[in-house]
Design a protein around this ligand. Structure first.
Ligand SMILES: Cc1cc2nc3c(=O)[nH]c(=O)nc-3n(C[C@H](O)[C@H](O)[C@H](O)COP(=O)(O)O)c2cc1C
Length: 158
């Protein structure tokens, strides 16, 4: 069966969406079925879907998730579904200039998903907009490594 990856995009100005597009191009070519969904209007039921989830989100305000991700985060917090069957990764976008809240958007999702029983595959990625490395470049570097971990953890266990 074809491996399925669902990318959930939390973004204010579209950078996280560019990352998702880059990943989709890379993984589609590797015979993976990739579906990218903006978080707008999603609720916790998106985690019932078949496939590995990649949360791809930036950070705003005082370390908040972007506006389009708030509803999903709030719904997970209030309904607290059992996510023990869920395997996920996090590609966070942020800027180290915001030292106190660097990459808190991805961190908030990561902590909550773990609390709800989901298991993360690989490390949480923290892109730094002040680093000079484009987020799409970082994504390209990381894509193969994460896919290999997903195949090992998820496909081998199936
Ligand atoms: C008003 C504003 C507030 C931000 N706050 C944070 C923050 O608290 N922590 C952080 O790591 N990055 C912060 N950032 C940086 C963004 O997360 C970063 O630029 C990201 O690449 C934007 O991605 P997006 O276009 O997908 O929203 C902030 C950026 C802006 C413009």
């Amino acid at each position: 069966m074809k491996l399925k990856i669902i990318i959930l995009v939390g973004t204010m100005t579209g950078t996280a969406q560019l990352v998702a597009q880059e990943l989709e191009l890379i993984w589609d070519a590797d015979d993976v079925a990739v579906e990218t969904l903006l978080m707008d209007n999603l609720d916790a039921s998106v985690f019932d879907r078949e496939g590995v989830i990649l949360v791809c989100t930036s950070t705003y305000g005082q370390g908040d998730v972007p506006d389009n991700a708030k509803k999903l985060l709030d719904d997970l917090r209030s309904t607290r579904p059992d996510l023990s069957a869920v395997r996920y990764g996090v590609f966070g976008l942020g800027d180290r200039t915001y030292a106190e809240t660097f990459n808190f958007g991805g961190k908030r999702f990561d902590e909550l998903l773990q609390e709800l029983g989901a298991q993360r595959v690989g490390e949480r990625i923290q892109h730094d907009a002040s680093s000079g490395v484009l987020p799409e470049e970082k994504a390209e570097e990381w894509a193969g490594e994460w896919l290999a971990e997903v195949r090992e953890r998820v496909v081998a266990a199936a």
